[in-house]
Design a protein around this ligand. Structure first.
Ligand code: HPA
Ligand code: MG
Length: 225
């Protein structure tokens, strides 16, 4: 079982509303200097948290075949770091079952808003899902629409057991409640970028999780809006 607090919520690192570091105290690509207001989670903290999450996941899942499903594009960095840590954990504990990876692309955001329509691409091969134990790895949950679409789809494709692992859980009201089994950080309701998360495809290469500045939001706004 995933770790729960006394109210039944999944335990994770809570980032308070007023926690904002000055980005000039960290290494940030100079092209992004004016586009960011503050830093809320640095790379080191993400890495340490992933190491612990891998242990928690292993303790829950145990020694059984596992498919880790990466929800692209946002979770690519979180996913690879988590796969690496889980692989080390499983090797240390001499697991006898394979860990495999798969990918699905989900799209719903334009600028800083969700369009409300979730498009899934790439999850078409029944055999990759049917009868498998699947850990869905996503970068962020806010409305819950994307995760719900994915869980619904893999259930329909015949997945055996399903767990979810989320790097960030945003403190906003869910439009759909989903299982949030493993969560790295609980974050305030701010539009953030970095460590894989984008704003109109920019900032995925930023190593830390940062809040956008109004300048950055205006500079990279999509042409259609
Ligand atoms: N930033 C980037 N992508 C997102 C966010 C966010 O705050 N919320 C949902 N997708
Ligand atoms: Mg995502």
């Amino acid at each position: 079982m995933a770790l729960k607090d006394s109210l039944g919520k999944t335990r994770c690192v809570y980032i308070p509303d007023d926690l904002e570091y000055d980005t000039s105290l960290f290494l940030v690509p100079s092209c992004y200097k004016d586009d960011l207001k503050s830093l809320i989670i640095c790379e080191g903290l993400i890495k340490d948290r992933i190491r612990k999450l891998a242990r928690e996941i292993h303790e829950s899942v145990g020694d059984q075949p596992l498919v880790m499903l990466c929800v692209l594009k946002g979770s690519y960095r979180f996913f690879t770091a988590l796969v690496d840590e889980l692989t080390i954990t499983r090797a240390d504990l001499t697991c006898s079952t394979p860990l495999t990876v798969d990918f699905v692309r989900a799209m719903s955001y334009e600028d800083t808003e969700t369009t409300g329509k979730v498009q899934l691409v790439g999850l078409s091969n029944l055999e990759e899902v049917r009868g498998q134990n699947i850990l869905v790895v996503d970068d962020i949950i806010d409305s819950g629409l994307t995760l719900s679409r994915i869980i619904h789809t893999i259930k329909e494709l015949g997945a055996a057991k399903i767990w979810t692992c989320l790097m960030l859980s945003k403190r906003v009201k869910r439009r759909i409640e989903n299982q949030e089994d493993f969560v790295a950080f609980n974050i305030p309701d701010k539009f953030i970028v970095g460590y894989g998360l984008d704003y109109n495809q920019k900032f995925r290469d930023l190593n830390h999780i940062c809040v956008m500045s109004p300048t950055g939001i205006a500079k990279y706004k999509s042409r259609s809006s």
